[in-house]
Every structure is written in C-alpha cells, then in structure tokens.
Design a protein around this ligand. Structure first.
Ligand SMILES: Cc1cc2nc3c(=O)[nH]c(=O)nc-3n(C[C@H](O)[C@H](O)[C@H](O)COP(=O)(O)OP(=O)(O)OC[C@H]3O[C@@H](n4cnc5c(N)ncnc54)[C@H](O)[C@@H]3O)c2cc1C
Length: 392
C-alpha cells in the first residue's frame, strides 16, 4: 500500500462559512497529516490499530477539543470546524485512522459534552480532549442497528448502582477505548424510545469486557469490537443525562455524526480524484496518456463537479447546525448523498488505475475498501432518505 502524499486536491473551493480560524485549522491538519500520519499509517493498517500515542499527540496539538469548552482544554469552535477536521482526516486516504479520531472527538465525546453534569465533565473531559483517554460510543447491538429503539441491553437500578446486561456490536475504539458511553433500556414498560438511558462505563469495570475484536473489509487501522456487559455495576452517578431520555440524546448526536461522516467521505473522494488525475496524466495507453481520452477526462470532470456540490451541502448543513437552525433534512441529505457518491468515485478511480488499482501497493485499493461502509454506518442511505422524505 502506498504511503505517498496525496497531491493538491482536485477540488478545494472556499465556502462563505469558512472563517480564518477554519482555514488555519485546515492548514495545521494538513501539515500534521503529512508529517505524522502519511509516513506511518500503512503500518497501522497492518497492525489493526492506530497507536494511542498518535491520539495523545493530536490532543497536545489541540485537535481533539476543537468543539469543547476552553475550561476543559478545548477551543470551543463550531460545527464548521468539525467538518474541516473530518474532511482533512478523510483526505489523508486512511479511513481507519480518520474514524478512530472522529469517533473519539465527534461521535462518542458529544454524549458527555452535551449531557454530562459538572462533576462528570470535570472528571472526564480534560483527559478526552488531551487524548490521555480514548472514548467509544456503544449503541448498536447484534439485533439492533438502524433501529436504535430495538436495543435489548438493560440497566436496572439497585441501591446506588446501575447493573448493565447485554452485548454491543461493531463498536469503534472498543478495544483501545478507556471510556464507553453505553445505551441501555431502563424502562421496558413504556414505548421503546422513552425507556433508554445512557451510561458512562470505564474500562476495567467488573462485568465489562471486550467479547472479540472484529476483522473488517476496510477501516483496518480502526479497532472495532463486540462489547459484553454481564452484571456490570456502575455507580448511580454514571447515568449520563436524564433517565429514559437517552434515545433523544442519541438522535441529537447523530446529527453531528452524520455531518462528520459526510465530510470525511468527501475528503476521501477529493483525495481519490486527485490521485487518479495524477495517474491518468502520466499513464500511457495506445500511444498517449489516459488523460487524452475524452471519456476519462469527462468522467473525472463530472465526479469533481458532483463532489464539489456535495461538499457545499455538507458545509451548508454544518453551518446551519452551527447557527442552531433546524437541519435534519440537510444533514440526512448530505449523509445519503456523500455515502453513495464516495463509492461511485472510488469505483471509477479504481477503474482508471487499471490493474494497479487492484494491488495493495496503491492507495486506491485501500480507499475502495474503506469507502464501502460510508453508505451503511451511522445511518444507512435508505434510513437517511426516509428522514428526507418526511421533510420534503
Ligand atoms: C466498521 C463499523 C463501525 C461502527 N462503529 C459503531 C460505533 O462506534 N458505535 C455504534 O453504536 N455502532 C457502530 N456501528 C454500527 C453502525 O452504525 C450500524 O452497522 C448501522 O447503523 C446499520 O445497522 P445494522 O448493521 O444493524 O444494519 P440493519 O439495521 O440491519 O440494516 C441493514 C440494511 O438494511 C437497510 N435498511 C435498514 N433500515 C431500513 C429502512 N428503514 N428502510 C429501508 N432499508 C433499510 C439498509 O440498507 C441497511 O444497510 C459500526 C458499524 C461498522 C460496520
């Protein structure tokens, strides 16, 4: 697999919502990825894990706290900054590295940031922002993914403790994570969505274990695990947010997660187009570079146009979210569109790489595998389109 740096992006328009601080963040991220990620990430793919030291370093540089209060070490930036972070991590071409970081910063930590009380925030937030501790979010189960309300993990109250029982599936950072934000049923006598609560469960808690690490098609440097809770007792103080309101917290945090996944996908798509442009301009066939074939040029031109349009939608959704405006429709559109588009881009980019695109030495081979999950995870395309359909 190639660790070559990705050439300048094929599309890199500035958006009205990008302020100086966003551009500075983007430049910093590009420098960090070139120096600290590109040279090592092939090895992380082989090892199935991003070293903890990388997150620690990112924490020291301030990349893990861009959305969180300065009081805990963050820089209190907005949702647009999150889109910048996700897009640049996506542009690294290493989806496994990108998702390791983004689950920590933007899918797990928001549960604490949005619902934690002062004691919980002071206890955990500084370590998460500094990268001293890694977070996971555990909602999905073997029998419940898209349908969150169908989860079966339970938590029953006994004195000053909650007792958790159940199994969670496909949990990113499940092996490395130090803190998991776990969804469980706390009231089985009401409508499913009204009886779910969130809990903070620390690694090492008796009854909490990693069932198994899961081998995946792509995102190989991201650790994914099955987590098991067997009479796992956590203090009553570890209830995160209001009892029985967890479903609504999950739905709210999905908004940020979906903006992130859309932006990451468009970062990956831009990088793939850039790599392919470089390839087709030098690869000779039938006496001239592939670029001389109109069909190749036009296909890449149209993909560039579609990626640029999808980026606009992602940044629009991020800006609406930053302005605290209702944006479920735009976020769902962006997630659906980007999840599908990134796969189309990868298909064509691999096609134009010819046989080399099928060989693990070429980045595009890995990127094709990494992209596949984008239309499934964090809200499958069909589920997103139902959200859109309800609102048009
Ligand atoms: C690598 C990886 C990492 C993940 N990380 C996490 C994590 O950190 N934490 C976490 O909690 N979860 C995580 N997930 C879970 C992920 O979000 C779910 O896989 C996803 O939500 C889909 O759920 P499911 O797999 O149960 O598919 P299902 O819900 O069984 O759906 C299967 C398919 O059916 C179709 N479908 C579903 N619902 C509808 C509908 N209403 N209408 C039409 N078609 C529909 C879609 O095509 C969908 O892909 C991860 C998954 C993977 C693979």
């Amino acid at each position: 697999m190639s660790a070559a740096l990705v050439p300048a992006p094929a599309v890199d328009a500035e958006f009205p919502c990008l302020r100086e601080e966003h551009v500075a963040l983007r430049d910093q991220l590009r420098r960090f990825i070139a120096a600290e990620v590109a040279p090592h990430a092939v090895q992380w793919e082989a090892e199935g894990m991003v070293p903890r030291s990388v997150l620690r370093h990112m924490g020291e540089l301030g990349f893990l706290g861009i959305r969180y209060p300065e009081a805990y070490g963050g820089s209190a930036m907005d949702t647009v900054a999150t889109a910048v972070l996700a897009e640049e991590l996506g542009r690294s071409t290493f989806g496994g590295f990108a998702i390791t970081v983004l689950v920590h910063t933007d899918m797990a930590s928001p549960h604490l940031a949005n619902a934690g009380n002062d004691i919980q925030l002071s206890r955990y937030m500084p370590d998460l922002i500094a990268g001293r501790k890694i977070a996971a979010v555990a909602v999905t189960e073997p029998g419940a993914g898209s349908d969150v309300a169908a989860i079966r993990t339970t938590a029953r109250r006994e004195g000053d403790e909650w007792v958790l029982n159940g199994t969670k599936m496909f949990i990113t950072n499940g092996v490395q994570g130090d803190i998991a934000f776990v969804a469980a049923k706390t009231d089985r006598d009401v409508k499913a969505s009204r009886g779910i609560s969130m809990f903070i469960v620390e690694k090492g808690t008796k009854g909490f274990s990693v069932g198994r690490a899961l081998e995946k098609q792509g995102w190989r440097s991201s650790d994914t695990a099955e987590l098991v809770f067997e009479e796992c007792r956590v203090p009553a103080a570890n209830l995160l947010g209001e009892e029985n309101r967890g479903f609504y917290a999950i739905m709210r945090n999905f908004q940020n997660e979906r903006i992130v996944l859309g932006a990451q996908a468009m970062g990956e798509a831009q990088a793939a187009i850039a790599l392919t442009l470089e390839w087709v301009r030098q690869r000779q066939a039938f006496g001239s570079p592939l670029w001389d074939r109109q069909v190749v040029r036009q296909r890449l031109a149209m993909l560039s146009a579609r990626v640029e349009a999808a980026r606009c939608l992602v940044y629009q959704a991020a800006w609406l979210d930053a302005m605290r405006r209702e944006c479920i429709k735009e976020v769902s559109m962006a997630k659906a569109l980007c999840g599908e588009l990134v796969n189309e881009v990868m298909y064509d980019c691999q096609q134009f790489h010819g046989g080399m695109g099928y060989i693990q030495e070429s980045a595009i081979e890995r990127m094709v595998r990494d992209a596949r999950i984008q239309s499934i995870g964090g809200g499958a395309t069909e589920v997103m389109l139902e959200e859109v359909a309800k609102r048009i």
